[in-house]
Design a protein around this ligand. Structure first.
Ligand code: GLY
Length: 351
């Protein structure tokens, strides 16, 4: 016997990403702003001048990737229960990628799902993490291994917040912008070669282009069954670097930058990219003060660590390799010999 539950439905999860000075926002419901002490100290006043709600609460979680965990999620959930939030209530993610991912995840599980909006305050979260509905937290098995796809209701990108961003964090955000240019848009890549991101107008243009690129990809493949995986360019290698250095040496965007150099080396070996193109990507990363070299101490161990990544399935690891500049190939067909050959280039001497 079979009982069928007919659940075919069309859900419109579309939302707008506003790139402008934060407008006045009012919500006729209970709202909690989730933030960390650093962002709150610098920018909460600015936000509170522009946001109001029937009831407004502020929940603070500790700052840093090491706190992107169950304890912080519990802090958020407990506070929501204490203030009797219901399914009509809403969360506001106010911070970088860590706050954004955790707020989205808490919103996805609180009473089986409530709304949230994103107000990202770092370049990396403005151009990448806040867009597309990936939410989650880390655990002892690795980064972002627990989470949900839960789209925000809106994203507000205000470059005002970038005025206090440390230079290193700014560059780390640029890495994710370069990632989108190399994989999807040669003219964007050429523009970035000449761009001056200290110029506000150019910076806004670049943020807009990166967000448009990401929005197109997410619209095509929301749940990462295909092309969205291309946004992981540099990440398969980068996550191993972050893991090997215990998340202490490199910011995420910096590890991704080195990962892009490694992925390009793989692309050159696979004859998908010329050496000249690989070195032009490396030069662009260097222009934005991103690291491009890494010494692998144990090549076999580096290779084994690939398998901790959630993008690996059974014995196959998915690699994102550029096809020239502006196009990309997603493959799980790289042999161990090929990968060890690439990794060895970073083993003996700094590449
Ligand atoms: N950060 C990659 C993605 O959102 O798919």
């Amino acid at each position: 016997m079979q009982v069928n539950i007919p659940l075919v439905k069309t859900i419109d999860n579309s939302y707008n990403i506003t790139i402008d000075t934060l407008p006045k926002l009012h919500f006729d419901k209970k709202v909690a702003i989730i933030t960390n002490p650093k962002v709150s100290g610098l920018h909460l006043g600015y936000l509170l001048n522009r946001i109001s709600a029937k009831e407004l609460y502020i929940i603070t979680v500790p700052d840093g990737e090491e706190y992107k965990n169950q304890a912080s999620i519990d802090t958020i959930l407990e506070s929501l229960f204490n203030h009797q939030f219901n399914r009509k209530s809403m969360l506001v993610a106010f911070g970088g990628g860590v706050v954004g991912d955790m707020t989205g995840y808490a919103a996805s599980i609180y009473q089986r799902g409530i709304e949230f909006i994103q107000i990202p305050t770092t370049l990396l979260s403005q151009v990448d993490a806040s867009v597309g509905g990936k939410t989650g937290m880390n655990n002892s098995y690795g980064k972002n291994l627990v989470g949900a796809f839960h789209q925000p209701k809106a994203v507000y990108i205000d470059h005002h917040f970038l005025s206090t961003l440390p230079t290193r964090e700014f560059s780390a955000g640029v890495a994710e912008i370069l990632k989108m240019a190399v994989t999807f848009d040669k003219s964007f890549f050429d523009f970035l070669k000449k761009a001056n991101l200290s110029d506000e107008a150019e910076l806004l243009k670049v943020i807009q282009k990166a967000v448009e690129t990401k929005a197109k990809v997410v619209a095509l493949d929301e749940k990462e069954n295909g092309i969205r995986a291309a946004l992981n360019y540099g990440h398969t290698f980068g996550h191993v670097i972050e893991n090997e250095t215990a998340y202490k040496t490199y910011l995420h965007g910096e590890a991704v930058a080195i990962g892009m150099v490694m992925a390009n080396e793989l692309a050159v070996e696979m004859q998908l990219m010329s050496k000249n193109e690989a070195s032009s990507v490396k030069s662009l990363l260097q222009k934005y003060n991103l690291p491009t070299s890494y010494k692998i101490k144990d090549v076999e161990l580096f290779y084994e660590t690939f398998f901790l990544d959630k993008k690996s399935s059974d014995s196959a690891i998915t690699f994102i390799v550029p096809k020239n500049i502006g196009d990309v190939k997603i493959t799980d067909q790289c042999s161990k010999a090929l990968l060890l050959n690439v990794l060895n280039k970073f083993g003996a001497v700094d590449a």
